[in-house]
Each structure stands twice: as C-alpha cells, then as structure tokens.
Design a protein around this ligand. Structure first.
Ligand code: SF4
Length: 315
C-alpha cells in the first residue's frame, strides 16, 4: 500500500498580537462608525487581509492628503513618522493609530537617544514603511543624526560620534544577521548602547526558531505570506539557509505541483500577517497530492495580546 506523505506545521505561525490588534481596530471602526473608513498604507502586509477589508468597505490610501475630512482614518501596524502624525492632527478627521506597540517602543528609543545627545544607527531595510516611520521619529531639531544601515558595507562607511552613539533595529529582521551587524557596530563603536539584545519582536523570533525546526524535518517548506511582508521573506530565507528548498506563497495558486515531486514531508509556516484560513486551504490542496498525515510541531504558545484604543475596546 502506498504510504501517505506528511505535512508538518510550524508552531507558532501566522498572526501575531500586533497584526490581530491592527485588524481589530479596522473592523471595529467599520462596526462603530457610519463615516467611511480610510487606512493609510496596507494595514498589515497581506493580500488576503487587505482584499477582505476592501470588500467590507475600507479604502486604502498612500497619503494623509487622500483622506477626506470627517472620515475615520487609521495608521497601519508599521507605524508612521512624526510628520504624518502632525499632518493628521491638523486635519478634520478622527484617527486611530494601529501602530504595533513593539514598533512604538522603537520610536520611543529613537526619541530618548536623540534627547540624550546620541547619534543613532537604525538597522533595517530601506523603503520598508516601518523604517520610514522610525527614521521619521528622529526629532527634526536634534543636533544628533540617525542613519540607516542594511549591511556590513554601510557600517564601514559610518562616521558617527564615537562617544555618544546608540542603535535600534527594525522589528522583523533576521535574528542571526542582526546579531552579526550589532557585533560589527560594537567593534567599530565600543561605547555604542542599545536594547538588551535587539528590537526584533517576539513574533519574528518565535517564527524564525520554529522554521529552523521545521526545516530539519521536511524536504520542502512553504511559507505563507505576501512578498511585501518582511518577516515572511526572512522565514523563507532562513529555511533555505538551513538547507531546505522553500517558497513564499500567498495561497494555493502559487504552488507549483512540480515542486512537490519526490517530496515526502512538506513543512508549512505562515508569516505574522498571514491568516490561518490559508494554512487550511494549503493543507486541503496538498491532500490531493497524497499529503494526508498532518503533524503540528508544538513549541512555545504565544499568549500576548495588545489593548485596543478605549473607544473600540468595549465593542
Ligand atoms: S511582527 Fe512583531 S512588530 Fe510586527 S506587528 Fe507583529 S508583533 Fe508587532
């Protein structure tokens, strides 16, 4: 008899507390207010989530200027610069800030270091909305500077204050690569200060730990997440670094059946903004290719939740 092939599920996977909170803020705003709901940037980096909110009536825009007066405005989970916040405060609409509290923590670090006279190195990916927001939290009137570094070459070129310098990081980076960059910064700037490890959030760390384990047990790893999702991209890269072929997929339409040939165990994980319903769809799809045994790797359970704004919490 032909033996069923196996699906192994990473754990934890999928939605983190920051994404749950951001989606809740949008859904509860739709429920509570009659005014149209506008979200600046994709509230989280996932196509399914964004399409579903569009279907419920949300309008996504790039800039504050596109939001009409008297609407309900929402900032995405990635955070915004001080300039965007000021712009919103000068407009005649109500807004909710869905910035993940762990991103806000990094914003506060930037402001604290600038106030204490330190130059700041931000480790992150150029152009990512979180990075744009964090750079934009450096006070415009500060005598210090903030500089983005992406890799070792950028660190080599730095010319910052040897005596008063700090680092912060994007929350969704590769843990291993970031440790290496921090070590290089410490070598160049022995007096540099920063958070106890880095600012990479618990969800990014946990999903990376889980995908390492998954990669050891599977011939192929499917990472559910959109190409714009930083933490999902890092999961795919990490699986490949562990020696396992990996694909980043938005859903079953992106699975190439040829990739399943000769595979006896497929691992599935999902980035922090990818809904669990897609995991189930992928499991159902793989069943038609004889992947019928499903095993869920149990790791640390995540219990963290973040509070909603008061006006929406009671709904
Ligand atoms: S991935 Fe981390 S920082 Fe980003 S929303 Fe989730 S918990 Fe917050």
């Amino acid at each position: 008899m032909k033996e069923d092939k196996e699906i192994v599920l990473a754990n934890p996977r999928g939605f983190c507390a920051g994404v749950e909170r951001a989606i809740d803020i949008v859904e509860k705003s739709l429920e509570k207010y009659e005014e149209p709901v506008y979200v600046r940037h994709h509230v989280v980096h996932n196509k399914r989530v964004v399409d579903s909110l569009k279907n419920k009536g949300v309008t996504f825009v790039k800039e504050i200027e596109e939001i009409p007066d008297n609407a309900i405005a929402i900032f995405s989970a990635h955070g915004v610069s001080k300039a965007v916040e000021d712009q919103a405060n000068n407009r005649n609409f109500k807004y909710f800030d869905a910035t993940c509290p762990l991103v806000t923590k990094v914003h506060l670090e930037v402001m604290k270091h600038a106030k204490q006279g330190r130059d700041i190195v931000l480790i992150g990916h150029k152009g990512h909305p979180e990075v744009i927001g964090t750079l934009g939290r450096h006070p415009a009137d500060s005598s210090t500077q903030i500089v983005l570094v992406e890799d070792s070459d950028d660190i080599e070129k730095l010319e910052l204050n040897q005596d008063a310098i700090a680092y912060v990081t994007q929350t969704t980076l590769s843990v291993d690569e970031t440790i290496q960059l921090i070590d290089e910064l410490r070598e160049k700037y022995p007096k540099i200060v920063g958070p106890s490890a880095d600012d990479i959030c618990y969800a990014t760390q946990n999903r990376q730990d889980a995908v390492k384990q998954l990669s050891l047990e599977c011939d192929l790893v499917l990472v559910i997440g959109s190409t714009t999702s930083s933490n999902s991209n890092r999961l795919k890269e990490l699986a490949e670094k562990c020696g396992t072929k990996s694909y980043l997929i938005d859903g079953i339409n992106n699975i190439d059946p040829k990739a399943l040939e000769g595979v006896s165990a497929v691992g599935i994980t999902a980035g922090a903004s990818a809904p669990e319903e897609i995991v189930q769809e992928v499991i159902d799809y793989l069943a038609s290719y004889d992947f019928k045994k499903v095993r869920d790797l149990s790791q640390n359970k995540e219990n963290l939740t973040f509070k909603l704004p008061k006006e929406l919490a009671a709904l």
